[in-house]
Design a protein. Structure first.
Length: 400
């Protein structure tokens, strides 16, 4: 696999050129116009031949294609329910994956059971592929636990909030896997924003030098909160791998079949002792960065609409219908299953206990500390004051 050479530097803006700084970014290139993009399904659902990657999906059956479609539909339904729950005060925060289902399901289904995953906090689709109950993902966002699942049961690490740090964890784990002589691989997920973090650069250095069996899977969803990708790099992200001495490839992140093929190729390289690979899944974040974000403040409707036409779920449905791999009965049954999942998630969240307000004082010091004890007592008095005010209000006939 050859890596494209670094693109030539853009000429500086001349003094007479009008600056566009501060203007809302619109008209971003569509995946079909990006150079070096691996694509097996067009937005219209047409199969595209690729001499290099077709072999990695040659054995995919119609049943497996329907399975990929089901994965994406159910993942999106779960994500929508979680967003609604946060809006209704049941969760403190939620990071939506809307628009990134193909990148996550395609790469997630490429993994073997003995491979190990290091996610960020948005990999709900990968968690689904690893068998993590979706309701377990919500405990952390409700504040009742620190993750809710055993990482070693599914080879799926707990969500990582610190941007980019999981790539170091993945690299170290992969180095250990290599020393143990195992043929499994490690995959680390991160976004385009995290690609600017020093932890990611260090991970690239160590993984290359030690030939670690790790795949760096970057979901380039175009926006690091409000910062567009072009404000972070002058070349496509996948080309950064060249400077560290390992391959990089850009795949259409809205094409689940292409994501499956490219990730399988990268994982095979890792297992064969050929070292790390950087996969840049070129996709788009259809919703907000998190539910505390308002994307209308920094991007226009035209950009979103152009990407809606490349929806990953609609793309695969068009292919399934054109190839007669699925009928209306399949889609109707899946719709029923989707609604059932939504109800189950809602009921599970509402059955969760309220967060323990005093948990923040636990394990601050191994042997306890007088200052922490004092702060705990002050907080307890503060909490008790609300009950006192409620009782005094009733006594005065004012109600609550």
């Amino acid at each position: 696999m050859t890596v494209e050479s670094t693109a030539a530097r853009k000429p500086r803006r001349s003094a007479g050129t009008k600056s566009t700084a501060g203007k809302r970014t619109t008209g971003r290139k569509s995946p079909g116009t990006e150079p070096g993009l691996v694509q097996l399904l067009t937005p219209e659902g047409e199969r595209v031949e690729n001499a290099e990657y077709d072999q990695y999906v040659a054995g995919v059956t119609p049943e497996e294609l329907r399975g990929l479609y089901r994965d994406m539909v159910l993942t999106r339904r779960f994500d929508a329910e979680a967003t609604a729950l946060q809006r209704q005060g049941e969760l403190g925060l939620w990071a939506s994956l809307l628009g990134q289902e193909a990148a996550q399901i395609g790469s997630g289904r490429a993994l073997r059971d003995d491979d190990y995953v290091f996610p960020t906090y948005r990999e709900h689709g990968v968690a689904w592929c690893r068998g993590v109950d979706p309701t377990n993902l919500l405990g952390m966002f409700r504040g009742v636990n620190n993750g809710g699942w055993d990482p070693n049961s599914n080879n799926f690490h707990l969500y990582t909030i610190v941007i980019g740090s999981q790539t170091l964890h993945a690299t170290g784990y992969a180095m250990g896997v290599a020393k143990d002589g195992a043929d499994s691989a490690v995959i680390a997920y991160f976004g385009d924003g995290a690609s600017s973090q020093g932890d990611v650069a260090e991970s690239f250095t160590f993984s290359a030098v030690y030939n670690a069996p790790v795949v760096f899977f970057c979901q380039n969803n175009q926006w690091a909160i409000s910062e567009p990708t072009e404000k972070q790099t002058r070349v496509p992200l996948y080309q950064r791998a060249q400077g560290y001495g390992f391959p990089g490839v850009r795949v259409d992140g809205n094409d689940v079949l292409a994501c499956l093929a490219v990730t399988r190729w990268a994982l095979e390289r890792a297992r064969a002792g050929e070292g790390p690979t950087l996969v840049e899944a070129y996709t788009y974040r259809m919703g907000a960065h998190t539910t505390s974000d308002d994307p209308t403040r920094y991007r226009g409707d035209e950009e979103r609409q152009s990407w809606e036409a490349k929806d990953p779920i609609l793309r695969l449905r068009r292919y399934l219908e054109a190839a007669n791999h699925a009928d209306e009965g399949f889609f109707a049954e899946l719709e029923t299953e989707s609604e059932t999942l939504g109800r189950r998630v809602r009921e599970a969240v509402r059955a969760m206990p309220d967060p323990d307000r005093f948990a923040i004082f636990e394990n601050v010091y191994a042997d306890g500390h007088a200052l922490v004890d004092e702060e705990r007592a002050q907080f307890a008095a503060y909490q008790a004051s609300f009950a006192d005010e409620s009782e005094s209000g009733f006594a005065a006939g004012e109600g609550v």
